[in-house]
Design a protein around this ligand. Structure first.
Ligand code: GAP
Length: 459
């Protein structure tokens, strides 16, 4: 059955993957809170990313830098002067748009990349761009809109105390490059990884959690010897592909897109995005892998006046390392996973079920323990307790067993363990697999190892 984005987001709101932010106050534009199921899924996705890119990778370490950084960082990176969006307002209905988006949507053949404000203004006039809300064609001139959120340190709200909420986690890595080298005593190549919140005052947030003003990134800055850029770029393209394959997204819903020359930042020699085909929305970027050269470290050298060069112990050469940056958006990956795994499955003429075919490791609950009767709750709870030491497990005693299975299917639980009266005697339980709905008996003593093997296979 064809699924729509709206139907999926309704499901996620109903089951508590996501809530509207500040809901009891009427919400606040495009802000979302993750509920219990969304939080568990998010934890597992982070865990898998750490496992793949940090724990099982010979080059990488993880750090956790602060969100508020010295504002000079953002002068050095160019964010203070360049991190702007071109904003236009409809003069009639006051709707607000990003000028480049507006043009691109109505005239996809126009290449807006690299256009300055004068060119964008002209393109709006020359091509009869209209307001999607009221259909009129009269816009204000483009204004530049700073996308970094400002706040103040200390008690006085004056310019000298202005700081920004970081618009990317990457810079917390660059400013710690020397610290990490010194304290880990590692050599190049070295990857420094970070998972954390980033903030952007987007003009047009929307499509649920796809574009928000507060989101989480999982980024790696991989520091290498200059000249080895292509080699490590290819390494990360393969490595990111291997990670995405572990997520279990349908192959035909994922594509790898190399940026055109005119899309690249002036310092970048190449960028590849991984995109996902969202139902109803079309292709959207999940992550990007970029060759950033020595741009960031060199800028920090010139603004901080610190020496961030590296003395190569093999060649005795001193240089500023180059960087390959794989940057994932956690919220977008989650949304892609949830869209991909959602299915309304017809079981018979008048019976259907909603299933989230999530990878067993990522599913919010990896196992549900279901006593067949309330008389069995105490004994079944012992099974739940032993499993919950190793897995995210849930214990559900309410409703018929069929209804409980359906509820677990709808939230993606890959395994249900049913404790019945025979279990008291034979010390076995029935294990039901979500996708095949097949059931088999298994000794309670083997349960934990069996589940561990099933949940971790293919990872
Ligand atoms: N350090 C590089 C960097 O930040 P980016 O393409 O701007 O690159 C990386 O962001 C990823 O972060 C994107 O591929 C996307 O998944 C996620 N992302 C960016 N802006 C976002 C937003 N407003 N809402 C949700 N995710 C966002």
């Amino acid at each position: 059955m064809e699924k729509t984005f709206e139907e999926i987001t309704t499901h996620l709101l109903n089951y508590g993957f996501v809530y509207q932010g500040s809901e009891i106050y009427g919400g606040i534009s495009n802000t979302w809170d993750y509920g219990p199921l969304g939080t568990l899924l998010k934890n597992h996705l982070k865990e898998l990313w750490i496992r793949h890119f940090v724990r099982e990778n010979p080059y990488n370490v993880q750090i956790d830098p602060a969100i508020i950084m010295n504002p000079k960082v953002w002068e050095a990176t160019g964010h203070v002067s360049n991190f702007h969006d071109p904003l236009v307002d409809c003069k009639y209905c006051k709707s607000r748009y990003r000028a480049d988006d507006l043009i691109k949507k109505q005239h996809p053949e126009i290449d807006v990349e690299g256009m300055d404000n004068i060119m964008l203004n002209q393109a709006i006039k020359d091509n009869g761009i209209v307001c999607p809300n009221c259909g009129k064609s009269s816009f204000t001139d483009i204004r530049q809109f700073q996308m970094m959120f400002k706040t103040f340190i200390g008690v006085t709200e004056e310019k000298s105390s202005t700081v920004y909420l970081r618009p990317e986690t990457a810079q917390g890595i660059f400013v710690n490059f020397k610290n990490v080298l010194r304290t880990t005593r590692r050599k190049l190549p070295i990857g420094i990884c970070d998972i954390g919140k980033a903030f952007r005052n987007e003009i047009t947030p929307g499509n649920f959690t796809f574009r928000t003003r507060e989101f989480e990134q999982m980024e790696i800055e991989f520091f290498i010897k200059p000249g080895e850029d292509e080699k490590w770029f290819e390494y990360y393209k393969d490595n990111c592909k291997a990670f995405v394959e572990k997520l279990g997204l349908e192959d035909e819903h994922v594509r790898y897109r190399d940026h055109e020359k005119n899309e690249l930042a002036f310092y970048s020699k190449g960028t590849t995005d991984i995109e996902y085909l969202f139902p109803s929305l079309g292709w959207g970027e999940l992550m990007g892998i970029a060759m950033r050269g020595d741009y960031d470290l060199s800028r920090h050298v010139s603004y901080s006046k610190q020496d961030l060069s590296y003395l190569d112990p093999e060649t005795n050469q001193r240089y500023i390392p180059h960087v390959i940056e794989p940057s994932f958006g956690l919220d977008r990956l989650m949304l892609a996973l949830l869209c991909d795994s959602y299915e309304i499955q017809k079981l018979s003429e008048n019976d259907s079920r909603v299933v989230l075919h999530l990878n067993s490791f990522l599913a919010p609950y990896q196992v549900a323990v279901l006593p067949l009767s309330n008389k069995l709750n105490d004994e079944a709870y012992k099974v739940f307790l032993s499993l919950s030491k190793r897995f995210d497990a849930t214990f559900d005693t309410t409703g018929s067993i069929g209804k409980r299975y359906r509820r677990e299917d709808a939230i993606g639980t890959p395994f249900c363990v049913t404790f019945d009266f025979n279990s008291l005697e034979d010390k076995q339980v029935t294990i039901r697999e979500r996708d095949s709905m097949e059931q088999k008996r298994i000794p309670i003593s083997d349960l934990s190892d069996y589940l561990y093997e099933q949940i971790n296979k293919d990872l």
